[in-house]
Design a protein around this ligand. Structure first.
Ligand code: MN
Length: 211
């Protein structure tokens, strides 16, 4: 795992994102963290990140996760991110890589449902349990045949397994707020000097600028 690609894409004197230069001390026990960051960049997407081997493995999920086991959501693997990216919420300046508003949409811990997650990832089928605020229970990431068109950005599918946490509820529409600050994208953009209208277009219903 390397953060070279992550760093090459960003100017850390311009963007408020972390460089991942310092490895933060792991807090608490061996629990692995996960985070889902809702990101209103050029296209709205949800960045799904799992801590593994000292980095956050990262997938961009255009439609976000679905609690419905019959729904498969495309998850395009992107560059590994530093662990200290997990709490990042704010505005990436327009013109910079990923320019737009970022929200911590869900966070928690995850557990692999296998003794050898590294081998499962290499094989292209990782089963895992999420302990988040919005996302819970058993899930799978499956790499698609052919890995998609772009070899550096393989295509996976994110799918909910059938269990007590499965539901036909539209979790992205019904739970649009930041799990850490309870703000909508538009609120974050307004607070951090971003493009409020652009951010609001990623919120479920258009809102007036006034809070
Ligand atoms: Mn993103």
């Amino acid at each position: 795992m390397s953060l070279d690609t992550y760093r090459r894409k960003r100017r850390f004197d311009v963007t408020p994102e972390p460089s991942g230069e310092k490895k933060p001390a792991r807090k608490g026990g061996p629990a692995l963290i996960f985070v889902v960051q809702k990101h209103r960049a050029t296209q709205l997407h949800y960045d799904f990140r799992l801590e593994w081997n000292g980095v956050l493995l990262s997938w961009a999920v255009p439609k976000g996760p679905s609690l419905d086991p019959s729904v498969k959501r495309l998850a395009t693997q992107v560059e590994d991110h530093p662990i200290d990216y997990a709490p990042f919420e704010g505005v990436i300046p327009e013109g910079e890589y990923g320019g737009g508003t970022v929200m911590v949409w869900d966070k928690g811990t995850w557990e692999p449902e296998t003794d050898d997650p590294g081998a499962a990832l290499a094989k292209g089928e990782l089963k895992f349990t999420l302990h988040g605020k919005k996302l819970k229970g058993s899930w799978v990431l499956v790499r698609t045949r052919g890995f998609g068109k772009n070899p550096t950005h393989p295509s996976w599918l994110l799918i909910k397994h059938r269990d007590d946490c499965a539901s036909t509820e539209d979790v992205t529409a019904n739970e649009p707020y930041s799990v850490t600050t309870h703000r909508l994208l538009a609120d974050i953009a307004r607070d951090d000097g971003g493009d409020v209208a652009k951010a609001a277009s990623g919120d479920p219903t258009p809102r007036k600028a006034a809070r």
